[in-house]
Design a protein around this ligand. Structure first.
Ligand code: GTB
Length: 218
């Protein structure tokens, strides 16, 4: 059965792949599962029909028959559980890959989201100049720890997994800040993720929603 996901009808990033449907698209592309996309306006997100799918009125959602999921982490985990390619067969390696998914979402993403809020929404506040460096340093702390763990490995724990998919997706949100480049092994890690054919297909698909055409070949 072909699943349907939701994405922004108009993404504030204009298709830079920063909205969280991108990670779901990437997972579906990695496992070779075709999918359909329903675009939702900001108004419709808060309407009862969408809230029946997503209690918080957000994207992405995932519908597969009578199964409805929300939360990008839960959706990617579901995809990874039901298709080969994103989680190792070995039980312990699988548990470690799932641990990295949670680490990306619960430990690395929160300070990165905070930084986005501090820069985009709080930049005009009188206390912003004082707070921003603190928020940036909390991001740097996490990146330094992650960078130390990754070392010169290609991926976080052996072969590419849903843990890497989620971590790269989270780190990508830092690209414009320049902070990622302070950690060359993390910048290279993100670039490896973006170089995957499945990532490129997912990126092009979300971009074409907003431009009407895929991006030119790199
Ligand atoms: N924890 C949830 C998940 O992982 O699925 C969070 C979902 C979420 O934040 N969804 C956002 C949303 O629907 C879109 S991704 N927001 C609308 C609302 O809450 O009313 C966040 C996002 C949006 C836009 C950009 N961008 O344009 O750069 C980046 C990230």
């Amino acid at each position: 059965m072909t699943p349907t996901i939701t994405a922004f009808e108009r993404s504030p990033d204009g298709g830079k792949g920063l909205a969280r449907d991108m990670r779901v698209r990437w997972a579906l592309e990695e496992v070779g599962q075709p999918y359909e996309v329903r675009l939702v306006s900001f108004g419709a997100l808060k309407e009862p029909a969408h809230r029946a799918l997503h209690p918080f009125g957000q994207i992405p959602t995932y519908e597969e028959g009578d199964l409805v999921l929300f939360e990008s982490g839960a959706i990617v985990f579901h995809i990874a559980e039901h298709h080969a390619g994103l989680l190792p067969d070995d039980a312990k390696a699988r548990a470690r890959a799932i641990t990295w998914m949670f680490a990306a979402l619960n430990t690395v993403e929160p300070p990165i989201v905070d930084l986005g809020i501090a820069r985009l929404l709080e930049g005009e506040k009188p206390w912003s100049n004082e707070r921003l460096p603190l928020v940036e340093d909390r991001v740097r702390d996490r990146l330094a720890q992650l960078s130390g763990r990754l070392g010169d490995a290609d991926w976080l724990d052996g072969a590419f997994s849903a843990g890497d998919l989620m971590m790269v997706s989270v780190l990508l949100r830092l690209r414009l800040s320049g902070i990622l480049d302070e950690y060359p092994n993390l910048a290279a890690y993100v670039a490896r993720g973006e170089a995957r054919p499945a990532y490129k297909r997912a990126f092009d698909a979300q971009l074409s929603v907003y431009t009407g055409k895929p991006r030119p070949a790199d």
